[in-house]
Design a protein around this ligand. Structure first.
Ligand code: ATP
Length: 254
């Protein structure tokens, strides 16, 4: 099944007709995408199929040449990334973006300030201070003991976890993860999956997971979208996508 029509009921983020060109190259061609509250959607596809470009368009880091993006029923297609972040959509990057000279805790507190409240939604009840929230999230991913360490001294996997906490700190509705397993020691990838599941449960946040590690995606996602040459090739449950012959031919069987 491909998504070509806007479905407004129940969906948190709905993108329709997303087209993105780089000069003569059509990186995304009339792509539809949706995610429901609390859903985990995996986005996979061959190199150059448009995954990162779609993620940039959905988070408005790159403005699509055509198409419409609705977040919680509001048209965000022409908003700035910072505004979109305040409205509840945050992201991580292929190369973990942390401030190496600042401590782990300072990084987390700073991420909170980027999307400065009060417009950006409440902390988890008035009883939880910003500091308590930072401590709790760092605890959830197992790096609270490193709060005073400079972020630049963390391993690649720990920087990924820090970046994840920074994306979740402002209580977003949806977080987009670009290659969350890249640079992570393979032995720690299962741990990363556990941390993500915990954050997902505790924070009731939706995740879009862009990944080359298809095993990771199939193990985490409620639904998987497959891109090929800038178009949606398939959209279904992990089992449906794994059994899809077109997906096997274009990607999985390779
Ligand atoms: N800034 C850019 N300028 C020109 N072309 C670009 C740019 N960014 C991406 N492209 C092209 O757009 C297409 C889609 O690229 P994109 O990075 O979105 O794919 P991807 O699926 O994320 O790839 P990968 O898995 O290798 O990260 C590719 O052909 C790529 O070369």
């Amino acid at each position: 099944m491909t998504v070509t029509q806007e479905r407004t009921t129940g969906d948190l983020l709905v993108a329709t007709g997303i087209t993105c060109r780089f000069g003569g190259l059509v990186a995304l061609d009339d792509v539809g995408f949706r995610i429901a509250p609390g859903e985990i959607v995996g986005l996979i596809g061959p190199n150059g199929s448009g995954k990162s470009t779609l993620l940039s368009c959905l988070s408005l880091g790159r403005r699509p040449d055509a198409g419409k993006i609705m977040l919680s029923g509001k048209d965000i297609s022409r908003r700035r990334p910072s505004t979109v972040a305040r409205m509840g959509l945050t992201r991580t990057f292929q190369d973990a973006r942390v401030f190496p000279e600042l401590t782990v805790l300072e990084n987390v507190l700073l991420s909170r300030n980027w999307t400065t409240l009060p417009r950006f939604g409440a902390l988890r009840g008035p009883e939880e201070s910003v500091r308590e929230r930072a401590d709790r999230l760092l605890d959830l991913v197992g790096i609270r003991s490193m709060s005073a360490t400079h972020a630049g001294e963390l391993s690649g996997g720990q920087q990924r976890l820090l970046e994840l906490v920074m994306a979740i700190m402002p209580s977003p509705k949806v977080v987009m993860l670009d290659e969350a397993t890249s640079g992570v020691n393979p032995a720690l990838i299962l741990e990363l999956a556990d941390h993500l599941r915990l954050l997902h449960r505790e924070e009731n946040v939706s995740f879009v997971i862009v990944e080359h590690n298809v095993g990771f995606v199939f193990g985490m996602a409620d639904r998987v979208v497959v891109l090929e040459q800038g178009r949606v090739l398939a959209d279904g449950t992990p089992d449906e996508v794994k059994a899809n012959q077109e997906v096997i031919d274009a990607y999985l069987g390779a």
